[in-house]
Design a protein around this ligand. Structure first.
Ligand code: NAI
Length: 276
């Protein structure tokens, strides 16, 4: 998509670019095209993969390590980012998720509760921590925009999504709750994008991911939304074009969330002769 300088002069922090498949990676490339300057952040473990430094080179950005669950590391990240970028932060992408229960394929009725707490901390409470730190040190500009990534399993059952479903429900709730408080105090906007299944490291960690992907693709009138379209939507949400939108969970899913069944699936079911 052609660039329109939508983010010219805006400063940001982008969490979660691990490799070129990451949603955050595509967002960083688009934000650079749209004229933003930003810092890339990921956990010290993720930085060992080194891909992020190629992205930093391509987007003329700096990389700062931070475990998103550690408040003191977030404080340092915000302070350093404001120094590097020369002022307050206008936009944040929170594109972070991880569940040890999903990774280890633990059946939902047998969830490990220490792992569950880790899932919630990394995938949901981390958004609260990012916002709380930004609020405390007044790091965000008025009318700043924060976007996080969610999935429809926050509202409906996707059998193998396990405790990530709880994390996404909590994440969307934090979007609303903090959206109220930060909206009142600084006019900061907070929204989530509920994204189609997307082939990334986090996506591939969910058991049966191909079925999630193919089913959603067959169900959605527009097909699955890819990460590029998600990045385009982020440009709109970070820009002043969406300045009165806040506390929303917005679907970037090709229509999936409004569907019950599609002709494509009916035809597949008839063709397979199942149940006839
Ligand atoms: P990804 O694996 O590329 O990104 C996940 C990121 O979280 C990685 O960069 C990882 O290093 C980071 N992370 C994990 N623990 C961290 C920690 N303690 N501190 C800092 N960073 C940490 O995968 P993807 O798909 O780009 O994931 C981004 C977001 O999109 C996640 O919230 C995911 O749940 C969400 N999402 C993904 C979908 C998919 O099908 N891939 C669909 C809907 C939402």
């Amino acid at each position: 998509m052609e660039a329109h300088s939508l983010l010219k002069g805006k400063r940001g922090i982008i969490f979660g670019a691990l490799d070129e498949n990451s949603i955050a990676w595509k967002v960083a490339l688009r934000a650079h095209e749209e004229g933003a300057t930003f810092v890339l952040s990921n956990s010290p473990v993720a930085l060992r993969k080194k891909d992020i430094f190629e992205l930093a080179k391509e987007t003329e950005s700096q990389v700062i390590a931070a475990d998103i669950t550690e408040v003191s590391e977030l404080e340092d990240l915000f302070e350093e980012s404001m120094l590097l970028l020369g002022g307050k932060i206008d936009f944040i992408l929170h594109s972070v998720g991880m569940s040890p229960n999903v990774r280890k394929n633990i059946p939902y009725p047998e969830l490990d509760y220490d792992y569950l707490i880790k899932t919630l901390d990394v995938s949901a409470i981390s958004l609260h921590k990012v916002l709380a730190v930004a609020n405390k040190i007044d790091a965000l500009s008025e009318w700043g925009s924060v976007v996080t990534l969610s999935y429809i399993a926050s509202q409906r059952v996707f059998s193998s999504y396990s405790d990530m479903a709880h994390a996404k429900s909590m994440l969307e709730s934090i979007v609303r709750q903090f959206g109220y408080h930060y909206g009142i105090s600084k006019k900061v906007r907070i929204n989530s994008i509920s994204q189609s299944p997307t082939r990334t490291t986090a996506g591939a960690g969910v058991s049966g991911f191909n079925a999630f992907f193919n089913y959603a693709d067959a169900m959605s009138p527009l097909g699955n939304a890819d990460s590029q379209s998600c990045a385009d939507m982020c440009m709109f949400l970070f820009s002043d074009m969406s300045r009165m939108m806040t506390m929303q969970n917005l679907f970037n899913d090709g229509g999936f969330s409004s569907m019950g069944i599609s002709n494509k699936l009916i035809e597949q079911y008839i063709d397979c002769g199942c149940g006839e």
